[in-house]
Design a protein around this ligand. Sequence first.
Ligand code: PGA
Length: 241
Amino acid sequence: MINVIRTKDYEEASDKAFEVMKEYLKPGKVLGLATGSTPLGLYARMVKDHQENGTSYKEIRSFNLDEYVGLPISHPESYYAFMHHNLFDHIDIPEENTHVPSGLGEDLEGQARHYDEMIDACPVDIQLLGIGSDGHIAFNEPGTPFDSGTHVTDLAESTIKDNCRFFDNDITKVPTQAVTQGIGTIMKAKAILLIATGSNKAKAVKEMLEGPVDVSCPASILQRHENVTVIIDEDAAALLG
Ligand code: PGA
């Protein structure tokens, strides 16, 4: 079941997302976290809440969705660095409680299987998601099987273009592969919170909510999950019937 919350703009979407997330900021909870521009407003609210209200993350664990292949964690655009810079360094979550898939190593597929085993042993209570302009969730591009586990994938051309802005607008600097939680991994989360804002997400949002459940729009599988909240602003909702 998808519960759709419509907001005016990005700031209001971030406020609503924080309201949903707040219920999970409790000892023992397992958060599934995401990168990209979309969750920045939510993360800023989580940091503010930690600083002002003392909400503690000492007994919270987290699993991130994905990481670029080949970027060292010290690279400012690695998702490891993103998470530290935008959230982990500003809250009291112990480093050992946080997990970001590694995009480095000799046996990326073996590491990916291990990542799924860790998630199976520690099921995610709420998974935060953005959506790509091509309907991807994490780096599960169109065509990815719905039952996929964590795996190495090639990025779609449109994703490389979308992410160019983080790499000096130089397309040759954008990694072409990533390690990503699979759609099957994501669907195991007990609850899912997807945020989509801006007109470049409108087509993907329409396909996710009103289209058939089909691998051509990876996010459409969320129609089959029992507990999904989708928060969209006016621009992202523009094409809905
Ligand atoms: P964005 O990316 O938040 O940077 O728009 C979303 C995504 O690709 O999932």
